[in-house]
Ligand binder design. Sequence first.
Ligand code: C2O
Length: 511
Amino acid sequence: GVTREYWLSVEEGSCAPDGYARQCQTVNGTVPGPTIIADWGDSLVIHVTNNLKSNGTAIHWHGLRQSGSNIYDGVPGITQCAIAIGQSMTYRFKVTQYGSSWYHSHFSLQYANGAFGGIVFNGPATSNYDEDLGHLFLSDWSHVDIFTRWFAARNGQPPALESGLINGTNKYDCSNSTTDPNCTGRGVKLTTVVEKGKKYRLRLVNAAVDGVFQFSIDKHKLKVIAADLVPIKPYSTSSLKITEGQRYDIIFHANQAVDNYWIRAGWLNACQPNEHPDSITSVLRYNASSTLDPTTTSDVTVSSDCLDEPLASLVPHVKIDVTNIQKSFDTYLNISKQVDYIHWTINTSSLVIDWANPTLKQVFNGESLFPTEYNVLAVNKTTTDNEWIVLVIQDQSNLNLEHPIHLHGHDFWILDQSTGTFDAATSPKNFKTKNPARRDVAALPGNGYLAIAFMPDNPGAWLCHCHIAWHASEGLSLEFLERRADIKADVSDSDLTQFNDICQTWSDSVG
Ligand code: C2O
C-alpha cells in the first residue's frame, strides 16, 4: 500500500443547499466535503484544521476499526481533546477495511450543520458493475443553525426539520414563504445521468440528524452488496430502509425505458413523533431523455416500522458460542426530564466526559478513570478462545422510538433485535448465533432490545452511542475501555506529543 495525504478544513460560512440561505459548517466549504479515497492496505495521513469562528472540532472516521490507532478515532473527551480554533491535527491510520463509509465532525452537532464527507476504500471486487457513481448522502436539513434548534427544543419534543438533502442539494418550495428573504427558491435537485443497459454502483449513507429513510428508485430494482463496511450475500429489493449512520452499497441496472425517474429518500414517519419533509428526492436521468422533472410514481409499499433490513453477512462465517460468554452487559435505557434538559440514561446514569482530560489522557497518565456509574465499562482479554462480549440494551423509555446504536472500533454481530422485554434466562435461546449480520450501526427497536456481540480484540477507548444527533449529547452513550493495559503500546512518541499539544491548546483556549 501507499501513503495518501489529505487536507480538511472545518469551516463556516453561508450556504443554501436547498435554496434557503443560512450559516453552515462544512469541510472544505462544501456539503458534503471532499471524498477520502484509498485502497485496502494503504496508509492515510489526514490534516484537519479548525477554521471555525467558535468552538472546537474533531473528525471521526465512521466505521473504521482503527486497530492500533484508537488515538485517531476523533472523539473529543474520549480519544482526544477538541482541536482549538486555528489549530491543526494530523490523523494517521491504516486502511484495513474496504467499502463505503463517511467521516463527520464528532464535536456535538456540527455534522448536522454540514460537516461531513465520504470515504471510499477500494478492495477486492465482490460484484460486477459498469460504473461507480460514488456516494449518495441522504440527510434531513434545518433552515437555521442546528444548535439553535436543539437548545430551543431540548426539554420537549425534538424539532422537526424543514427540509432534506441528497448529496447536499435539493429544491425547497418557497411558495409559502414569499416574504422570507432567505428563501430564494433557487435550490436544485441532484441529477444522476445514466446510460440504458449499464449497471451502476451507489454508496448510500444516512447522514440524518434524526430520521430513518426508505430508499428507492422508481421502477428500478436494487441489488444490495454491502452493509456498512461489510460485504453481504447480495439480494435484490425494490426499497431499502436505512438508519442514521448506516451505509449500503447497491447496484442498479438501468434497464427501463429511456426517461426520468425519481430517486427517493422516503421519510419514515412511523418511528417519529413529528411531521417531516416528504420530498427528499433526486433525479435519475437516462442520457437521451428530456430535462423535465420525472413524472414517475413509486410502487413501493411504505414500511410501517423503522427496523433494520434483515441481513446475512458474507464473510467471515462465525458461530458465536453464547454458552461461554466472557462478559455480558445488560443495560437499561431511560429518559428523564431535568429542569432545563432531557437526559437519556443507561442504567440510571449518563456518560460523563471531561473535555480537558479525555479518557486516553487519563490512560496515558495512569490516572484513575471514571467509575462504572459514569457508563465507562471495562473490557479485558482472558486466555480462553471464547471471548465474546455481549451487550444487551433494553429500551424502557416507553416512547416507542427507534435508536440507531453505533459502536466505535468494532463491527458487531447482531444477536437479536426484538420488540419485547429481555429476559436473561430465556431470551438468549432466541439469539441468532450462526453467521449473524455484522455491521457497525443497528436499530434498537422502540420499547424493545438490541443484543450485540463483539470480541475484545482492539485495545482502546470506544464510544457506543445513539446516532440520532442530539441523543448522544443528551447522554445516550456509553464507553468501553477495552484492554486498558494494552492501549499505550500502539502510541508512538510523535502521536503522544501531538496528543498533548492538542490538549494543551484546547485547555488554553477555554481558559
Ligand atoms: Cu458516526 Cu460516534 O459516530
